[in-house]
Design a protein around this ligand. Structure first.
Ligand code: CAA
Length: 295
């Protein structure tokens, strides 16, 4: 099992920037690849903001912030990731796009480089099979917000080698997260349970059981969840939840994973949740306000 000294992160959106921050804070040289200079700049600004906030809150020393930023490099060139020990993709949930990137990296990285995917619902085998190194492909599923959520699901396929799996598992521990072992089934552990729960809440709403606010309040105050299912759906992204449920439904063909019509309508209308300031709640004012969804 090898030490992970240099990590690559593909994509610097919400998940990619969080993963890069966590790795850099742990003292690992971290190369983030974005498709344009503008997106790379935005990604760098997001990580810097998050580190600044941690310093303001007294959670991080100013010297630790500087040390983390020193470990971070941003690039648009895949070639700069060539000698990474682990490369974690956190791009859009699109298998073709992921495989295109892994295919290109397969040509330029040495055989020891481990390819990891932060996919939330695709299977890792579908990516491993597109490379010449299926034994060195794993899933590393982080949770949003990455700097806060302790868990990482470490996923092995039927082809992952023990060495690659152990290296990935230890890497997760070394960056201060809690790894769990998960098999390569769509949604792994958390989304296998969480996605049907969120979809069920939407079905309850469609059937007029209770209001958005009261369903959320019930789960927060009745069960101690940090957020209710609608606040969480807006947080994850309505479009993301829709895409995950479609992938899981196609995989398992079970009605509990099928996207309810209301979810589909919200995606059509661009109600993507917090990112568009409108989902089950409207976020344009001081406090979130439930949106009238005509139910
Ligand atoms: N980056 C860094 N720190 C953050 C943060 C971020 N984006 N968002 C919140 N925090 C920190 C805050 O600084 C705060 O830290 P302190 O207590 O040390 O000051 C702490 O988290 C709590 O934040 P807040 O007080 O602002 O707000 P909160 O108490 O309402 O917590 C929350 C916010 C952590 C997001 C909490 O509501 C929560 O845990 N929600 C559930 C999140 C969840 O379920 N995530 C998984 C989603 S599913 C997924 O990611 C997988 C998938 O594939 C879809």
């Amino acid at each position: 099992m090898a030490d992970v000294r240099k990590v690559g992160v593909l994509g610097c959106g919400l998940m990619g920037s969080g993963i890069a921050e966590v790795a850099a804070k742990a003292g690992v040289e971290t190369w983030v690849r974005e498709v344009s200079d503008q997106l790379a700049e935005q990604g760098k600004a997001a990580v810097t903001r998050s580190l600044d906030k941690a310093v303001e809150k007294g959670k991080l020393e100013a010297s630790e912030r500087t040390a983390a930023l020193d470990q971070l490099k941003f690039t648009t060139r895949l070639e700069d990731l060539a000698d990474c020990d682990v490369i974690i993709e956190a791009v859009t949930e699109d298998l073709n796009l992921k495989n295109e990137m892994f295919g290109a990296l397969d040509q330029i990285c040495p055989s020891r480089t481990i390819f990891a995917s932060n996919t939330s619902s695709l299977t890792i085998a579908d990516m491993a099979a597109a490379t010449s190194r299926p034994d060195r492909v794993v899933g590393l599923h982080f949770f949003n917000p990455v700097p806060v959520m302790k868990l990482v699901e470490v996923v092995r396929t039927i082809a992952t080698s023990d060495d690659a799996y152990r290296t990935a598992f230890e890497f997760v521990k070394n960056v201060g997260k809690e790894p769990v072992v998960a098999k390569d089934a769509s949604g792994f552990i958390v989304n296998r349970l969480l996605v049907p729960y969120m979809l069920d809440a939407i079905r309850c709403l469609e059937q007029g059981l209770a209001s958005v606010e009261d369903i959320d309040k019930s789960m927060v105050l009745g069960t101690g969840y940090p957020m209710g299912p609608f606040a969480l759906s807006d947080f994850v992204g309505i479009d993301t939840l829709y895409r995950i449920s479609e992938i899981m439904f196609n995989e398992f063909r079970e009605p509990r994973f099928a996207p309810p019509p209301l979810l589909k309508r919200m995606v059509t209308m661009g109600y993507f949740g917090r990112k568009t300031k409108k989902g089950f709640y409207d976020y344009s004012g001081q406090a979130p306000k439930a949106v009238n969804l005509g139910i």
